[in-house]
Every structure is written in structure tokens, then in C-alpha cells.
Design a protein around this ligand. Structure first.
Ligand code: UT7
Length: 348
């Protein structure tokens, strides 16, 4: 008997820009090559929103609209909008406000959530608590980042890694035992400088000097982040499994943040999962920060069945990291979108 209302994901939407940036394209821009990028990261290509007049909200609105359409709802049905992003259209107003207006979600309030690559994970936990409070029925959670807007395309250490995209999920109450069951979430700011954008905030407001010093671009000390990311993600995934009595064979899919295929492989091994039970699409999209996890859910939605156990795990700047155990709430095949199949066929 399940009578505790939990917050479940009831639809998934996405947006990917049409323009592709391949490893060969990048090898003409900086001193890199396809072999290095594939073997070190698993990335083959990424999508870039080159249009100067389109920003994160543009992608977020499209992803949100698709989630609503798949669920058969209208924007007026939404109570709250949470946008996880590190590339808001501007410092303020919040991108969530622009998404609210763009969708025409006339009843909704909302806000942005800044937790870098863990943003979507933190946002679904926040959304779940709003629903479990009983005060809100439908929360639209969007992970969206235009990483190209903070990427230095003359720096080979970072420019090969990132892409632009948005993913969205609708969260609603579920009384059948499905939904977000448990989470382990962390942040630790002691090593914030390993992964950050130094310029543009109140510490280093934009000046000619900050621009000259390239402080408005993402900075990452890749090796040190790599080590803590593997341990951090593996530990929280194991902890959430252990305290919910799950073994590897109980988990239908691991849904990891897509920063590096080698990190994902190490986390899966630690959990006792074969790669057939790991959502992996970094090859096609690169690291899209807050969008990676909803993009995975979108790509694998057709394989998910009601009652499937999934574990979402993320690690990112801050540092922020965590894992959530979700019992999936619907048969995804019923919501398959032709668009996705076409995209996957074209990319493979
Ligand atoms: O999403 C948020 C969290 N972020 C992460 O989880 C990212 C974690 N870090 C990583 O994924 C990896 O550290 C990277 C993919 C960023 C880098 O891979 P790595 O195996 O750690 O490479 P490295 O930084 O140790 O560099 C190894 C070599 C260096 O050359 P030397 O000093 O050995 O001569 C780099 O200069 O590879 C060189 N290198 C490149 N070579 C060709 C760095 N970038 C490139 C490149 N193409 N694009």
C-alpha cells in the first residue's frame, strides 16, 4: 500500500540547436585532434547555438513547451518554474522569468538555481519538495546552458568539452509509490577555483581588464576535477543504493552527468552495472552542464517503464554533487516522439 505522495517525473522535453561542431572542426581551430578528444572524453560532436540573439531562455522555453505538449497540458497548468543554469540570459532578471513569459505560464512563479553540473539534480530535489509540501501541483524543472557563451574557443583544454542544450521535466504528485524516493546531496566550496568563471560577478565586475584576462570564460583544472568527480559520484551513488537496499541488478539505469565517458565508466563499475544499463550520450552532445541529465532521460524515455529504478548522479563546479534514487512513473514508449528517433538515426 502506497499512500505517501511523492513527486514524479511525468514528461520529458528537450531542445538541441541544429548546428554541429565536430572534433574535426575543432582541430582546425586549436591544436587538438579527433583521436585525443574521443579517447580522453568520449565526445564526437556537440551542438552550438551560434545565433547571437538567442540565449539560454530560447532553448529552455522550447524544452519546456515540448514537455507540456507531451503531457497534454497547457502553460497555465504550471505552478512553478525552476531553471537550473550557469549561463542565464543575464544576471537578472532570472531566466525563469523569461521562460515564464515565453511560455505564457500566467499562473507560475519561478527562480533560477545555480549549481553548475549538479543544477538539474538539485532542481528536481527542490521541485519535489515543493510538490510534497502539498502546495503546488505541477513544477516545470529545466536544465539549460548555452556553454558556448562562456567557452574560449582558443583554449583546447576547455573548448572541446562543452555544448549547448536544454532539457525539461514536468514533476507531479504520484500516489502509486513512484517518484523521487531518496537523495544524497552535497556542496563543498573549499576548492571552488578548480572549476569556475571568475569574471562578471560582484567580485570581478566586467572591465576592459577582466575581458583582456579572459575572466569571462570557463576555467577548469581538469585533472583535479576528474579525480574528485569519480570518487564523489561513485560514493553518493553507492550510498543512495545501500540505504535503499538496492544492488546493481535492481537498477534499470544509471543516469550520470555527462562530463567524461571515463568518469561515467568508473562510476558504473563501482555500482556493479554493465554499460548497457548506463545512459550515455556524451558522444553526440558533449558536456551541456545542467542539460545533460534531462537529455539522457529524453533519449532513453522510450525504454523506461513504470516502476523502473533509476539512479541519477552528478558532479560539478562548486563543488556540488549528489545522487537521487527515482522509481520511474510511466511507460515512456507511449510518449515517444518521432523527432528523437530521427535525431538519433542521423547522429549514429
Ligand atoms: O562537468 C563538470 C565536472 N567536470 C569534469 O568532470 C571534467 C573532469 N576532467 C576531465 O574530464 C579531464 O581532466 C579532461 C577531459 C578535461 C582532460 O583530460 P586529461 O586526461 O585529464 O588530460 P590533461 O588535462 O591531464 O592533459 C593531458 C595532456 C596535456 O599535455 P601534456 O602536458 O601532457 O603535454 C594537455 O596539454 O593533453 C593535453 N591536452 C590536449 N591535447 C589535445 C589538453 N587538452 C587537449 C586537447 N587536445 N583538446
Amino acid at each position: 500500500m502506497h499512500n505517501q505522495a511523492r513527486a514524479s517525473i511525468t514528461a520529458v522535453g528537450h531542445f538541441l540547436p541544429d548546428q554541429r561542431l565536430t572534433n574535426d572542426d575543432l582541430s582546425r581551430m586549436v591544436d587538438t585532434n579527433d583521436e585525443w578528444i574521443r579517447t580522453r572524453t568520449g565526445i564526437h560532436e556537440r551542438r552550438i547555438l551560434w545565433d547571437k540573439d538567442k540565449a539560454t531562455s530560447y532553448m529552455a522555453i522550447r524544452a519546456g513547451a515540448e514537455a507540456l505538449q507531451k503531457r497534454g497540458l497547457t502553460p497555465e497548468d504550471i505552478d512553478v518554474i525552476i531553471v537550473a543554469t550557469v549561463t542565464p540570459d543575464m544576471s537578472f532578471p532570472a531566466t525563469a522569468c523569461l521562460v515564464q513569459a515565453g511560455l505564457g505560464a500566467s499562473r507560475a512563479w519561478g527562480f533560477d538555481l545555480s549549481a553548475a553540473c549538479s543544477g538539474f539534480l538539485f532542481a528536481i530535489n527542490t521541485g519535489a519538495n515543493l510538490i510534497e509540501s502539498g502546495r503546488y501541483r505541477r513544477v516545470l524543472v529545466i536544465g539549460a546552458d548555452k556553454m558556448s557563451s562562456i567557452t574560449d574557443y582558443t583554449n583546447r583544454n576547455t573548448c572541446v568539452l562543452f555544448g549547448d542544450a536544454a532539457g525539461a521535466v514536468l514533476m507531479e504528485a504520484n500516489v502509486n509509490g513512484c517518484g523521487l524516493i531518496d537523495s544524497v546531496l552535497h556542496c563543498d566550496g573549499r576548492n571552488w577555483e578548480s572549476l569556475c568563471m571568475l569574471g562578471g560577478g560582484s567580485l570581478n565586475p566586467p572591465t576592459h581588464d577582466t575581458v583582456d584576462r579572459k575572466m569571462h570564460y570557463i576555467h577548469q583544472d581538469g585533472q583535479s576535477v576528474f579525480k574528485v568527480a569519480v570518487k564523489g559520484m561513485a560514493d553518493v551513488a553507492a550510498e543512495v543504493m545501500q540505504r535503499n537496499g538496492l544492488t546493481g541488478s535492481d537498477v534499470r539505469f544509471l543516469v550520470p552527468h555527462q562530463a567524461n565517458q571515463r568518469i561515467i565508466g568508473a562510476v558504473a563499475r563501482h555500482m556493479g552495472l554493465g554499460m548497457d544499463r548506463v545512459m550515455l550520450n556524451i558522444g553526440r552532445y558533449g558536456n551541456t552542464t545542467a542539460a545533460t541529465i534531462p537529455l539522457c532521460l529524453y533519449d532513453w524515455e522510450h525504454e523506461l517503464r513504470e516502476g523502473d529504478n533509476i539512479v541519477i548522479a552528478a558532479f560539478g563546479g562548486g563543488f556540488t554533487w549528489g545522487a537521487s534514487y527515482i522509481r520511474w512513473a510511466y511507460d515512456g514508449a507511449e510518449r515517444v516522439c518521432i523527432d528523437r528517433d530521427t535525431e538519433m538515426a542521423v547522429a549514429s
